[in-house]
Design a protein around this ligand. Structure first.
Ligand code: AMP
Ligand code: ZN
Ligand code: FE
Ligand code: FE
Length: 269
């Protein structure tokens, strides 16, 4: 039996393991195929591919694009993308700038709310990332003793609807699908089980050429998996799945280890 984990974040975005560490961990867990799907960046892919050769783990170049539809955040996974696509890189650069601006605004708001955190501290926690995200500022809050967990910071301060929440520029799901296709990749709806009426969302993306749905995910219940699987089969969509591992927290690599058989055709070269 061969196993895959097709949803992983590295230090290139808001994960805590480097691309090489992720590949090594996959090897250790007997996972033969992984996809690196960092938020809005492809900067970890080159290292992951090299580590994949070293450890004999197949690495699929991927991405997870944050998009927005009617004020709701929708994540689109791209697989088998050409990371050198100029159209893709142009868009990613725009998203990167928007992420920097937004995290600066959040840091400022937290300061105004009495927390002694600085932009320098956020940058220090973020390290060499290409894609700054709220988890970085949340980790500073935790390390300074202002909260017990990253999750708690989201719940009280920086999640949608919280006092220090700031919106940022996002693509529409349609733009996300188009840009993945322009880079030669396949576009999947990420974790529909975490969305309100996720299958309705998936349905609405079919006319834009959605290629598949993420059926298996650490946070999907067994019932959700069955429901999403049935939907994928009835719409003849491709199937994927992964842990959404960030290196810390609940979403650990190995919690979702899917048989490569279930992905049938699309995973093959
Ligand atoms: P951002 O990309 O800056 O919008 O931050 C979103 C990222 O933060 C997600 O991709 C998750 O990695 C993480 N995240 C979102 N919501 C939560 C939460 N409630 N608790 C912990 N982490 C979260
Ligand atoms: Zn993340
Ligand atoms: Fe996501
Ligand atoms: Fe993710």
């Amino acid at each position: 039996m061969h196993y895959a984990d097709l949803h992983l974040h590295s230090t290139a975005s808001d994960g805590c393991l480097t691309p090489t560490e992720l590949v090594a961990k996959a090897k250790e867990l007997n996972i033969q195929v992984i996809a690196l799907t960092d938020h809005d960046t492809t900067d970890g892919i080159k290292e992951a591919l090299a580590a994949g050769r070293t450890y004999s783990v197949r690495v699929i170049p991927g991405i997870e694009l944050s998009t927005e539809l009617d004020d709701r955040e929708i994540h689109i996974l791209g697989y088998k993308i050409n990371r050198n696509s100029p159209a893709l890189q142009k868009m990613l650069n725009r998203l990167k700038q928007a992420r920097i601006q937004r995290l600066q605004d959040i840091t400022k708001l937290l300061r105004e709310n009495g927390f002694d955190i600085t932009w320098q501290e956020v940058l220090a926690v973020a390290g060499s990332t290409s894609s700054l995200g709220r988890p970085h500022v949340a980790r500073v809050m935790v390390s300074k003793g202002y909260a017990s967990s990253v999750k708690a910071v989201f719940a009280e301060w920086i999640g949608q609807g919280c006092p220090c929440y700031v919106k940022r520029f996002k693509l529409t799901p349609q733009d996300g699908i188009d840009i993945i296709h322009a880079a030669g990749g396949m576009a999947f709806l990420a974790h529909p089980g975490l969305l309100l009426q996720g299958l309705t969302v998936a349905n609405s993306l079919l006319p834009y050429g959605l290629d598949g749905v993420e059926v298996f995910h650490s946070m999907h219940s067994d019932d959700q998996i069955q429901e999403i699987l049935a939907f994928a089969r009835s719409e003849e969509l491709s199937i994927s799945g992964g842990s959404d591992c960030h290196g810390i927290g609940e979403l650990k690599m190995g919690t979702v280890k899917i048989s490569t058989d279930i992905m049938a055709g699309w995973l093959k070269d």
